[in-house]
Design a protein around this ligand. Structure first.
Ligand code: R5P
Length: 300
């Protein structure tokens, strides 16, 4: 690689940053990330970035406000240090679920965050499985939108028995399920999900899963309510086995418990979000090679 490429990590997901560096065969950029006693974030870039194409890995998750602000401050520091180009690599794009005004009086945080990043000075965004593809249009700069479909399918394939059917647990996940059904060369069923409140949903299956291995796919798992209910419904409808595959494992509240108590035999998740759990039911696969491949191909 001839161009001067540097990669830095915010503090949200240093394990993933290191994996991407390893895949690119470069050392992680030196940066000091601290906080003043009053809580303000302090950043110092500890190496020369003048004329370099710089990438910053930061997932906006767990403490989304802190990590978003930290990312914006890193971008500002890099800009003032004369980086040639700045690419934010945001494997999990927090705040992306508020992407439209479904009721009066609510914000569109996905657009607000897009504005903040652009205003801070990024030239490009690399991200994975946005909640809605249309969100790319919130940016006036290039967006490399990566999909984990293929790596999720590769991990799911050995777990499938007999005939496979892909299941989208709600209308929003039909697109991702369609893409994965194509890769798996399998048919697709859809669940009509109605949310009663933030925890309870009612579900109707459209399609026939009887006697089949079901692969439920979604962009993310938060409380695991959707996944667990969809898995139970598929089993009730006669599926012989139910597996899940999601890109982003938020796993809030008692999500892990819920998964372990559900009839879901296995859940495959990528490492866009750092995890602090150990569950024999959950397999983590890395998105780092995909990100590294994208960085290699970026022409800035
Ligand atoms: C919904 O639009 C998403 O694709 C997920 O299905 C949802 O956010 C999952 O949430 P939970 O795990 O809390 O049911």
């Amino acid at each position: 690689m001839n161009r001067k490429l540097k990669l830095f990590g915010g503090s949200s997901h240093q394990t993933l940053t290191d994996k991407v560096c390893k895949a690119l065969n470069i050392a992680r950029g030196k940066i000091d990330l601290t906080q003043f006693p009053d809580g303000e974030i302090h950043v110092q870039i500890l190496e020369d970035v003048r004329g370099c194409d710089v990438f910053i890995v930061q997932s906006i998750v767990n403490q989304p406000n802190h990590y978003l602000m930290e990312l914006l401050i890193i971008i500002d520091a890099l800009k003032r240090a004369s980086a040639k180009s700045i690419t934010a690599v945001i494997p999990y794009f927090g705040y992306c679920r508020q992407d439209r005004r479904n009721v009066p009086g609510v914000p569109i945080t996905a657009k607000l965050v897009a504005n903040l990043l652009t205003c801070a000075g990024i030239d490009q965004l690399i991200t994975c499985d946005l909640h809605a593809d249309q969100m790319e249009g919130f940016f006036e700069i290039p967006v490399q939108h990566l999909h984990a479909d293929k790596i999720l399918c590769d991990a799911a394939r050995p777990l499938i028995e007999k005939e496979c059917i892909l299941v989208a647990p709600d209308i929003g996940s039909v697109k991702i399920a369609e893409r994965m059904a194509k890769i798996m060369q399998a048919p697709l069923a859809v669940i009509k999900k109605e949310r009663k409140n933030s925890h309870d949903v009612s579900m109707t299956l459209i399609g026939i899963v009887k006697g089949k291995s079901v692969l439920i796919v979604d962009d993310l798992c938060s409380t695991a309510g959707t996944l667990a209910a969809a898995a139970n419904l598929c089993k009730k409808e006669g599926a012989i086995k139910v597996i899940g595959a999601v890109t982003h494992g938020l796993f809030v509240e008692d999500a892990i418990d819920k998964i372990e108590r559900s009839i879901l035999e296995r859940l495959i998740v990528t490492d866009t979000i750092p995890q602090g759990f150990a569950s024999t039911q959950i397999d983590e696969i890395s998105i780092a090679p995909l990100i590294a491949h994208c960085i290699k191909g970026c022409n800035l």
